[in-house]
Design a protein around this ligand. Structure first.
Ligand SMILES: [Zn+2]
Length: 371
């Protein structure tokens, strides 16, 4: 295992932060996988799963069990790690500018199309290599000023040429669920089954350029721009939501790491034969059909329904209680499906996201992810 340190310039003189990437196996000797945890720095389940993955990958490498290269970034957001303010940890947004750490990743389609489009031929594998060379060159030239921009460029430079990409997150209170492109749901079915996912949410574009789509969606977009040239979906990427923020324990994390190891084997990243898959616990549903319940006013959050409940249209899922004037406002579902996530705290501001229901019928458009 080789350790790579990427320096991130701080905002003030004398500050410099280090991003740590662990490289297992041999680069260029086979397929490449990339796994990161803690891009939202206060989401502990992925960070602990990465700790267990480090141990498993170290053992697999010693046994010659890695067919290509696997890159693990066990703590992807050292900037967010440091954002403690008066006793609270803020790991989702950069405190300096309020931008979500998992949004606004560089989307390199235009620059790669311009530089590599003329070189594309009729061999899909060669086109993949041409595009990847252009991607590696392009990411190194992305301009950066703010620390979060250095961080995003550093992470993307590690992952941009990987065949398989996993971004480990968690929700407030939640069941295991995944986000990916509709065209890649099939490829991630082994992961979904091994992890026991209860929702797989797919969208061709969820909005605001999250990390996974900055890698996966550019292949889809390049194929659209060059319809007379074969452009494969060479990189598959997925956001894995490892339950809720308090679901942190060695038992869960070790099992999740083992599921990811099983998926890496299924994808050909490991020398050992893939294991038999458990049955799927859900079918993919459109992210456009996921109802994001929001608070109509500020107040206390009182849930009527549990994570994992089946919700029917019209059901009261949660109430908002205003303790000042005594108002109690029910929040009803407008779709039916499984309630797979709820908020992690019990105070609502007006507009706060309160829960997510995996509905089957698309009805949302525009930006589909939580702020
Ligand atoms: Zn997250």
């Amino acid at each position: 295992m080789k350790t790579e340190i990427i320096a991130i310039e701080g905002t003030t003189p004398g500050t410099r932060i280090e991003l740590v990437a662990l490289h297992f196996g041999e680069a260029g000797s086979g397929p490449k996988a990339y796994i990161q945890a803690g891009l939202h720095a206060n989401e502990a389940p992925g960070l602990l799963a990465a700790h267990h993955l480090r141990e498993r990958l170290t053992a697999l490498e010693a046994a010659g069990g890695i067919t290509g290269e696997i890159v693990l970034v066990p703590a992807a957001n050292p900037l967010g790690f440091a954002q403690h303010v008066q006793g609270s940890h803020h790991g989702r947004f950069a405190l300096g500018d309020g931008i979500n750490f998992n949004r606004n990743f560089p989307f390199l389609v235009d620059i790669v199309a311009e530089r590599a489009g003329h070189a594309l031929g009729h061999d899909a594998a060669r086109n993949r290599d041409v595009i990847r060379a252009a991607l590696r060159a392009a990411i190194s030239q992305v301009p950066c000023i703010r620390p979060a921009e250095y961080l995003k460029r550093g992470l993307l430079s590690l992952a941009i040429d990987a065949d398989t990409v996993l971004d480990l997150h968690c929700d407030g209170e939640a069941e295991m669920h995944l986000y990916t492109l509709p065209s890649q749901a099939e490829a991630f079915q082994p992961l979904s089954r091994l992890l026991g996912a209860r929702a797989v949410l797919t969208s061709t574009e969820s909005g605001d350029y999250p990390f996974d789509e900055a890698i996966s969606r550019l292949w889809v977009e390049l194929a659209r721009r060059f319809p007379d040239r074969p452009v494969p979906e060479a990189s598959i990427a997925c956001t894995v939501e490892l339950r809720g923020e308090a679901d942190v324990g060695h038992g869960l994390a070790a099992a999740d790491a083992e599921a990811i190891i099983g998926f890496l084997a299924a994808r050909g990243h490991l020398a050992n034969a893939p294991q038999a898959l458990p049955p799927a616990l859900c079918e993919p549903t459109p992210l456009e059909g996921t109802e994001a319940l929001s608070a109509p006013m500020a107040g206390l959050i009182v849930y009527h329904r549990q994570v994992g409940d089946w919700i029917s249209t019209g059901d009261i899922v949660v109430e908002i209680v205003d303790p000042m004037d005594g108002h109690v406002v029910p929040v009803r579902a407008t779709t039916e499906g499984r309630l797979f996530a709820r908020a992690g705290d019990r105070f609502a501001y007006a507009g706060k996201r309160l829960g997510k229901i995996a509905g089957k019928i698309p009805f949302r458009t525009g930006k589909l992810l939580s702020p």
